[in-house]
Write a protein that binds this ligand. Sequence first.
Ligand SMILES: Cc1cc2nc3c(=O)[nH]c(=O)nc-3n(C[C@H](O)[C@H](O)[C@H](O)COP(=O)(O)O)c2cc1C
Length: 410
Amino acid sequence: MVSLPAQNKITTTPLLFTPIKLRSVIVRNRIIASPMCQYLSTDGGPNDWHMMHLGRLAIGGCGIVFGEETAVEPNGRKTHSCAGIYNAKHVKSYRKLTDMIKQHGAVPAIQLGHAGRKGSCHGAMEDWRPLTESDAIQGFPPWQIMTPSAAVSPPRPIPPKEMDQDDINRVIDTFRDATKLSLDAGYDIVEIHGAHGYLIHQFLSSASNQRIDSYGGCLENRMRFAIEVAQAVRDVWPKDKPVFFRLSAVDSKGGSWTLTEAIALAKALRKIDIDMVDVSSGGISGSSNMPMVPRIPAYQASFSGLIRRQAKVSTVAVGGITEPQQAEEILQAGDADMIAMARELMWNADWPAHAAYSFGLDDPFCYLPEGYAHRLRQREVQKTMEVNQDQAIIAKSLRYFLDGETPSSK
Ligand SMILES: Cc1cc2nc3c(=O)[nH]c(=O)nc-3n(C[C@H](O)[C@H](O)[C@H](O)COP(=O)(O)O)c2cc1C
C-alpha cells in the first residue's frame, strides 16, 4: 500500500467511506449509484450497453450500484425500450450484470416499479411524448395505461383504465413475482419505486388519486397500495437482505403530497421492516399552488434529514450532490445514512475513488480494479520522489538516449 504525503493524510475515516451493514449485506462505502433509466433495453432485458453503463459505476468504486427502474410487467414500462423483469428469460441476462457488479466489489441493487399513467410514451430525449398510432406503424404501438383515477390522467390516445380491485391484486402479484426473479438474478438489494409520479405515487397523492374506495380519500387509504406492495416484496425477499423504498418527500409544482404525509408513510414502512427510505421529490402535478422544489445543491437532503429524524428510519439523500465534502457534511449532520448520485456519476464514474483520494484515505485506489490500482499506487510513489532527484534521473537518461551513454559509464 502506498503512503500519501503526510499533510494529506487523515486520522479518522470519513463517514462517506465507513462501510455500512444492511442486514447481512456489507457495503464498502456510503455511495450509491442512483437508478438511471437508459431506454435501451431489449425486450425488457439488459444488453451490452447496461454492462458498460453499470460496469463503469461498479469499477469507479460505488458501494451500491442500482440499475434503472425495472418494470414488473410489460405495460408497467414507460417505453418499449424500458427495463423490465417479468419473465424467467430475464434472469440470465440480469445475472450477468449482478455477477459483474459483485466481481468489482459493489452491491447490485434493482429498483422495481410500475409507470401506471406515465406509461406508453417515448423516452426522456423526446420529453416522454405519448405513443400514437403513427408509432404503431413503426412497430411501437401505444397501450392502455392503468391509473388509480382515470378522470385525472393526462390525455393519451387510448383512454386509461381506472384500476379495480382485481387490477390492484394483480399488480401486487407482479411485484411479488418480480422480487423473486430479482433474487434469482443475484440482486442483494431491492428498491420499490414509490416516487416520481409513477403508479405507487399516483395512489399516494390526492392530485392523482380521487378514488372513493378503500384506496382513496384519507391518507391511510391512499397509502394502502404502497404498503401492500411493500409488504408483498418484504414477504418474499430474504430476511437477511434489505428492502429500500424510494418516495417523493413532496409533490412538486401543482401537486398536493406533503412532507407530513411522507413522514407518515416512512413510519408505516418502518413498521413493516423496510430498511431504507430513499428520499426524492416531485413527479406529479396538478393545479395547486405547491411550488417547484428549488434545484439548489443537495436540494432534497433536508427532506431526508427530517424524514430520518421524525420517522426514525434510515435514509438515502439524493439530488444535487456533487462534492465529497458536501456528501460528508450531509452524513455528519445526520441528514442521511447514505448518499446517492446520478448525473455526477455519468460525468465522472470514478467519483468515489477520486473522493477517497481527496480525503487523503490511506489507499484510495482500493476502490478501483486491482489492475488499475496497482499502477496508480506505483505512480503515487513516483509522484512523491524529490523533484531534484527526478531531474537528476531525467538528465541521466537523456544522456543515455541521446549519446548512447550507459547509465553506469559515468
Ligand atoms: C438519466 C437519468 C435517469 C433516471 N432514471 C431514474 C430511474 O430509473 N428511477 C429513479 O428513481 N430515478 C431516476 N432518475 C433520478 C435519479 O436517480 C436522481 O434521483 C436524480 O437525478 C437526482 O440526483 P442527481 O442530482 O445526483 O442527478 C434518473 C436520473 C437521470 C439523470
